[in-house]
Design a protein around this ligand. Structure first.
Ligand code: SF4
Length: 471
């Protein structure tokens, strides 16, 4: 096998990387021989097989099994072992967390090699939706689940009535249609059980949210095929994947699979994950308008992270012809707004639950501009408690157009590669397993990127020096 694979070849990068890992310490299942039962598989061989597969966009366990029999590069990597597809599939299902740990360990390797900018590091944060292993329309909320169960109940009643009719009409006679009816009924009953389980999951999520209220609660949902998938735009069942990419090296330093339909609450956690991965005290993070959230921006600043995020320029929600909020100028010294008529709007209401203050003036009654300002008795302006942090993040983004160009250049290419590797969506179901599959894809993208940056020979040489500590 040594003769078939060149000395400077990508498979040797995979081989050296896996060789370097302490897989048992990373938590890979069945990496120690079990006292009883069937012999454990070797996680290092299966990890090599998967890295090669994802690198070459071969992801299904059956296809990987075939490669073990016919692909010389795979034979080299797995020491000519042939795994059955069930063993291959089980490895990916059973090792969600260890795969994430292996992915994080690679970030620490490239950090040790000086590929990540630590001084004045800039990280681009971006999110993208990936399809779950489930068809569109298979995620329901409480109302949808109840409506579907109601329709199912009607159909079940119809089938039962038909079966009763046949029973009384042809009692004792052979009836091939009765079997078809029973099979169809069994299918409907199964669908009803799945919907009932989804309702129970939604109920549990609702109760959990009630016990730990958040400022922006998510409408609880459950997937009928993949229980953890969420409904994304267009009815797609999927997951929202966040990534933080180092602007210098274009390596993905942190990523996360979330169940949130948008990016509104991902800025601070992703920035913190990037900061931890880089070991950086200070950091600049750039993100697009979808991440604008004053509370998140404030949390970044509190952690020594500088957020650069533009605000969405929205038209007035009060009507096309009315003054937009941007026509009102806030003065932090007096904690008041100056309106287009030059009047001061003072704070008159504070909402703890919405973390918002509201400003207004009594001058609206006699104002000559009122027709352009409000259709109500007076115009009020709401201001988030974190508006100042949001405005600072926005000002940074607007002060220099370079930031948004850098964001696009940095984040979009790795996402393109991830989309290509995971074309067609995830193959596994459930958040824990999906996180494992995403970690595999991210690890492959980073391995390829590091290989391009360092060169294959240098990377093999560096991987073959001092083994990594686990973790
Ligand atoms: S209606 Fe009220 S808030 Fe609007 S411009 Fe006139 S005084 Fe100012």
């Amino acid at each position: 096998m040594e003769d078939f694979v060149g000395a400077v070849h990508m498979v040797r990068v995979i081989d050296a990387w896996v060789e370097r890992l302490d897989l048992a310490a990373l938590g890979f299942a069945r990496s120690r021989p079990a006292a009883t039962g069937r012999p454990p598989y070797a996680p290092d061989d299966l990890l090599r097989l998967y890295l090669y597969g994802y690198w070459n966009r071969i992801r299904s366990s059956r296809a990987l099994e075939r490669e073990c029999r016919r692909n010389v590069e795979v034979m080299f990597l797995v020491r000519q072992l042939v795994f059955d597809h069930k063993t291959i599939a089980d490895f990916r299902k059973d090792n969600g967390k260890p795969l994430q740990a292996a992915c994080a360990a690679f970030v620490q390797f490239v950090r040790g090699e000086g590929l990540l900018g630590l001084e004045e590091a800039v990280v681009a944060i971006d999110g993208s939706k990936f399809k779950a292993s489930a068809a569109a329309g298979t995620v329901v909320d409480e109302a949808a689940a109840a409506a579907r169960r109601e329709r199912l109940a009607e159909r079940i009643a119809q089938y039962l009535a038909q079966m009763d009719e046949r029973d009384s009409a042809e009692a004792g006679a052979e009836d091939p249609q009765a079997e078809q009816l029973a099979a169809a009924l069994s299918k409907l009953l199964h669908q009803d059980r799945v919907l009932a389980a989804a309702q129970a999951a939604i109920q549990a999520k609702t109760e959990a949210q009630a016990q730990a209220p958040v400022s922006e609660p998510i409408k609880p949902q459950a997937g009928l095929t993949d229980p953890d998938a969420v409904a994304l735009r267009g009815g797609l069942a999927g997951y929202n994947v966040q990534q933080a990419v180092d602007s210098d090296s274009k390596l993905i330093v942190a990523h996360e699979v979330t169940q949130q339909g948008n990016d509104h609450r991902s800025l601070a956690p992703m920035a913190a994950a990037a900061q931890a991965a880089l070991g950086a005290e200070s950091l600049t993070v750039v993100a697009d308008t979808g991440y604008m959230n004053g509370e998140q921006a404030q949390r970044c600043e509190d952690a020594g992270i500088t957020p650069v995020v533009p605000m969405q320029q929205t038209a007035s929600t009060r009507g096309e012809d009315l003054y937009p909020k941007s026509a009102f100028v806030y003065d932090p010294a007096t904690d008041s707004y100056r309106c287009p008529a030059g009047e001061l709007l003072n704070r008159f209401k504070r909402s703890r639950s919405r973390q918002t203050d509201t400003y207004g003036t009594d001058a609206c009654d006699a104002c000559a501009l009122k027709a352009n300002c409000t259709s109500g008795r007076r115009r009020t302006i709401a201001r988030s408690w974190f508006a100042a942090a949001a405005e600072r993040a926005d000002q940074r983004a607007r002060a220099n157009r370079h930031w948004m160009r850098l964001r696009a250049e940095t984040a979009e290419h790795p996402f393109g590669l991830l989309k290509a590797i995971l074309a067609g969506g995830f193959l596994v179901r459930g958040l824990a397993k999906v996180r494992g599959e995403m970690a595999l894809a991210v690890l492959v993208v980073n391995l390829r990127r590091a290989m391009n940056l360092m060169g294959i020979a240098k990377m093999i040489e560096r991987l073959n020096t001092e083994p990594l500590a686990a973790g």
